[in-house]
Design a protein around this ligand. Structure first.
Ligand code: SF4
Ligand code: MG
Length: 328
C-alpha cells in the first residue's frame, strides 16, 4: 500500500454543497508480508478502519496504490475486482451482523465456495465440514443458525467463511473487541494457528494494545489519518519513538507491576480530521512540542533499523532513549 488517501466529502446547506473533506486516511504506506500480522492501532476516528475497508476495496481510494501480490487493484471496479476477492477476505468486529440470520451455518460457510465456483455438491459439503473442524466447531453446528451460537462461536464461523476461498490476506477489523476477554484469547490463538498453517497475512485492526501485543509481528500506530510510528512489536512496546505512541502505551494497564511507568495525560481532544492542525498533526497535544512542530510536517522516517517514526525531534541513526520535555 503506497500513499493511500481516502477523503470523504463534507456537505452542508440546502444544496448539500461540498464544504470540505474529512481526511480519514491521509497518505498511508506499508507492506504486508506473507505469514505476517501487521497490527494497525489507534483511537477511534484515527482512520484505521477506513484503511482496512479501502484496502478491501469496499471503499474507493481517493489516491495512492494498492497492490495485491503482483496485481494493482487500486482502480479495479466491482467486476474486475471479483477474481482478486478470493485472495483478500475480511473478518468483521460483529460477526452477528455480517452473517445472514436466515442461513444455516453450513450454508453461510459454503456460500463463498459456491459463488466462486470452487466446488459443488458433496465435495463442497466436505470442504465446509473440514472448515468447521479447522476452526473448532462441531459438525452438528453446520445445521444451526447464527443466533444459536455464542459470540466466540460466531467469530469462528466468520473466520471459517473468510477461509473458505483460500485467501492469502485477511483484513480483520476489531475481530475480538465484542468478545469476553476469556474468549478473545481463544479466537486470537486460533487465528495464530491458522496463520502458521496457511501462511496467511493479517492486517489486524484494533484499538486494544493487549490484543495487538498478543497477535502482531509489526505494529503501525495511526493518528489523524496517518501512520506516526511503525515498528516490530517488541521495539514498539519497549522503546516507542513517537510521543503519541508513548502516551498510548502509558495509558494501557501494565502487565508487569514491577515496571513503574508514569501516565502521560494528553491535553485536549483529538482534533477533527476535517481540520487537522498545521505542521505535525500531533503538536496541539504533544508534551514535547517545540516551535518548529507547528510548521514542519514530519515524514515517517526509519530512525532505527525497521523502526519508523514521524517526529521532527527524532533523527535517523540516533539512539537517545527519551525526548527531553519541551521548555515552556
Ligand atoms: Fe511532538 Fe513535534 Fe514530534 Fe510532533 S514533531 S510528535 S509535535 S515533538
Ligand atoms: Mg473502527
Amino acid at each position: 500500500v503506497t500513499d493511500l488517501v481516502k477523503h470523504f466529502p463534507v456537505r452542508a446547506g440546502l444544496l448539500q454543497r461540498q464544504v470540505g473533506a474529512v481526511r480519514a486516511v491521509d497518505g498511508v504506506s506499508f507492506k504486508l508480508r506473507r505469514g505476517e500480522t501487521l497490527g494497525v492501532v489507534g483511537e477511534s476516528g484515527c482512520g484505521k478502519s477506513t484503511v482496512g475497508r479501502t484496502v478491501m476495496k469496499l471503499l474507493e481510494p481517493s489516491a495512492g496504490r494498492i497492490v495485491l501480490g503482483k496485481a494493482d487493484i487500486t482502480s479495479l471496479g466491482r467486476q474486475a475486482m471479483w477474481p482478486h476477492r478470493r485472495n483478500i477476505q475480511m473478518v468483521f468486529q460483529d460477526p452477528f451482523s455480517s452473517l445472514n440470520p436466515r442461513m444455516s451455518a453450513g450454508d453461510i460457510v459454503g456460500e463463498p465456495i459456491r459463488n466462486f465456483g470452487l466446488a459443488k455438491g458433496s465435495e463442497r459439503e466436505q470442504q465446509v465440514a473440514a472448515l468447521f473442524d479447522r476452526v473448532g466447531l462441531r459438525p452438528e453446528a453446520m445445521r444451526k443458525y447464527p443466533h444459536e451460537f455464542s459470540g466466540g462461536q460466531r467469530q469462528r464461523l466468520g473466520i471459517a467463511k473468510a477461509l473458505a476461498v483460500n485467501p492469502e490476506v485477511i483484513v480483520a477489523d476489531e475481530p475480538v473487541s465484542a468478545l469476553d476477554v476469556s474468549v478473545q484469547a481463544q479466537v486470537l490463538n486460533l487465528m495464530i494457528d491458522l496463520q502458521e498453517e496457511l501462511r496467511l497475512a493479517y492486517l489486524f485492526i484494533s484499538h486494544d494494545l493487549a490484543v495487538m501485543r498478543h497477535i502482531s509481528h509489526r505494529i503501525a500506530v495511526m493518528y489523524l489519518g496517518r501512520i506516526v510510528e511503525l515498528a516490530p512489536k517488541e521495539a514498539l512496546f519497549e522503546q516507542p519513538l513517537h510521543p503519541y505512541t508513548e502516551a498510548l502505551l502509558s495509558a494501557a494497564p501494565v502487565p508487569n507491576p514491577r515496571i513503574k511507568k508514569q501516565r502521560i495525560i494528553l491535553q485536549g481532544d483529538v482534533p477533527s480530521p476535517s481540520k487537522p492542525p498545521s505542521g505535525c498533526h500531533f503538536h496541539t497535544r504533544c508534551p514535547y512540542a517545540i516551535a518548529r512542530c507547528k510548521t514542519e510536517d514530519p515524514k515517517l522516517r526509519e530512525i532505527r533499523p525497521g523502526h519508523f517514526a514521524a517526529c521532527i525531534r527524532r533523527e535517523p541513526g540516533e539512539t537517545q532513549p527519551a525526548l527531553a520535555p519541551a521548555q515552556h
